[in-house]
Design a protein around this ligand. Structure first.
Ligand code: HH2
Length: 272
C-alpha cells in the first residue's frame, strides 16, 4: 500500500446571497470572518472565500460587487494565525487585490479560461492554484452534459490547463487539480469520477475534491435539504481520500476533519 499524504480540509466561506446550500447565511463581513474563524478551529487547513455563486443557473456578479463582498473577509482571515486563505474567483480584478490582501491560493473554477491573465498573476505572486474541470459555464452546464469517457475527458482537459499554467510561469508544485464534481455532470458522471479518482491522482498533482452537500448526493439519498447531506458528503470524502485525493472542499469542516482523521489513522495502521 502506498503512503497517503495527510488530508487537507478546505472550508467554504461563501459571502454570497445565493449559494446553493448556504447563500445569505453570512450577510456581512463580520459574520463571514467569524464563520471562517470557526472553520479554522474545526480543522480547516485552507479557507476558501467566494463572492459569486457558481450553482447551476446562477447569474454573474459584477467584479466590483464580488470584490466588495470578499476583500474585507480575505484581509481579516489572512491575519489569523495559521490561516491559509484561498480566493474562489474566476476574475483577475478580484484575485489580484485578494492576493495583495493576504490570500495565497487561487481557486478558479474556469481554470484560467475566463481570465487567462490570472495565470501570470498567480505565477508572479508565487501563489498556489486549483485548476478545475467544468463543461460549459455555470448558467448552462447542467443542460444535458455528455461525454465519451468522462474520466478520460476530464484528465485530458486538466492536462491541457496544466500545460497552459506552466507555460505562463506557474511552478508545477503550486498546481492542484479538481474534477469539478457537479459542474456539467450527471449523477453517473460524478460517481464515475469519484470511483476512479486515482486516475486523476496519477497525473501527479494533488487532487482537490468538492462534493459538499451537492445535488447528486440529494438524488442518491432523497435528501432535499442540502444541510442534511453531511453524512453523504463525508462518505464521498473518505472514499476519495482512500483513492489518493488530498484536499476536500467542504462546508461541514468539523465532521469532515473527524472522518479524515480516522480514515488516515486506519490507513496508516494498514501500512505499519
Ligand atoms: N464547488 C463549488 C464552488 N467552488 N471550487 C472547487 N475547486 N471545487 C468545487 O467542487 C467547487 C468550487 C460549489 O459549491 P458552493 O461554493 O457551496 O456553492 P456556490 O457555487 O453556489 O456558492
Amino acid at each position: 500500500m502506498i503512503a497517503l499524504p495527510e488530508p487537507v480540509v478546505m472550508g467554504v466561506v461563501n459571502v454570497t446571497p445565493d449559494s446553493f446550500s448556504d447563500g445569505g447565511l453570512l450577510p456581512d463581513p463580520a459574520a463571514a470572518v467569524a464563520h471562517g474563524r470557526r472553520l479554522l478551529a474545526d480543522g480547516a487547513g485552507i479557507l476558501d472565500v467566494g463572492g459569486e455563486s457558481t450553482r447551476p443557473g446562477a447569474d454573474a456578479v459584477p467584479g466590483e460587487e464580488e470584490l466588495a463582498r470578499v476583500l474585507p473577509v480575505v484581509a481579516a482571515l489572512a491575519r489569523e494565525p495559521g490561516a491559509r486563505v484561498s480566493i474562489d474567483t474566476m476574475k483577475l480584478a478580484v484575485a489580484e487585490p485578494a492576493l495583495r490582501a493576504g490570500a495565497s491560493y487561487v481557486n478558479d473554477v474556469t481554470a484560467f479560461r475566463h481570465d487567462p491573465e490570472m495565470a501570470g498573476l498567480v505565477a508572479d505572486a508565487g501563489a498556489t492554484c486549483c485548476l478545475m474541470h467544468m463543461l460549459g459555464e455555470p448558467r448552462t452546464m447542467q443542460r444535458d452534459p455528455r461525454y465519451g469517457d468522462v474520466v478520460d475527458e476530464v484528465k485530458a482537459f486538466l492536462l491541457d490547463r496544466v500545460e497552459f499554467a506552466v507555460a505562463e510561469g506557474i511552478r508545477e508544485d503550486r498546481i492542484q487539480l479538481d474534477p469539478g464534481i457537479g459542474f456539467g455532470k450527471t449523477v453517473e458522471h460524478n460517481l464515475r469520477l469519484l470511483a476512479r479518482v486515482e486516475e486523476l491522482v496519477g497525473l501527479g498533482f494533488p487532487v482537490v475534491v468538492g462534493t459538499s452537500r451537492k445535488s447528486f448526493l440529494g438524488r442518491l439519498t432523497g435528501r432535499q435539504d442540502p444541510a442534511a447531506r453531511v453524512a453523504a458528503t463525508v462518505a464521498t470524502t473518505v472514499m476519495a481520500y482512500e483513492r489518493g485525493a488530498r484536499v476536500f472542499r467542504v462546508h461541514d469542516v468539523a465532521e469532515t476533519a473527524d472522518a479524515l482523521a480516522v480514515a488516515a489513522a486506519t490507513l496508516r495502521a494498514h501500512g505499519a
